[in-house]
Design a protein around this ligand. Sequence first.
Ligand SMILES: [Zn+2]
Length: 123
Amino acid sequence: MDGDPARLRKKLDELLVEAAEVSVALDRADGTIQGVPHYSVIEGRAHELGQQLSRRIQERQMAEIVASQVPKASCPGCGRRCELIPAKRSVTAVDGGIALQELKGYCHTCRKAFFPAAGDVGV
Ligand SMILES: [Zn+2]
């Protein structure tokens, strides 16, 4: 994706406007919101969409971090250099369940798997 911040901000703003429009249309189309609902219903649906976006951003950020890391790490048990492969792990974040991508190593000497990046990213 293009790295120009001004262009990316403009695109994000356009996508947020479109997401809000589609969300409102969807809630009306499927009957989630009918007539004049209590404001808490409107706020709840908006918050739910925000949480969905939050989970997507977290998953994407972790995938970017994994893609930029070195594909080998030392085994915490014996220190042997081991290959790392991308693996998904289910995590419950503040905004709900997400599948985070991280690097997983397996030491054939210790016969154990390890996740070297988990502590580095605060998960
Ligand atoms: Zn080991």
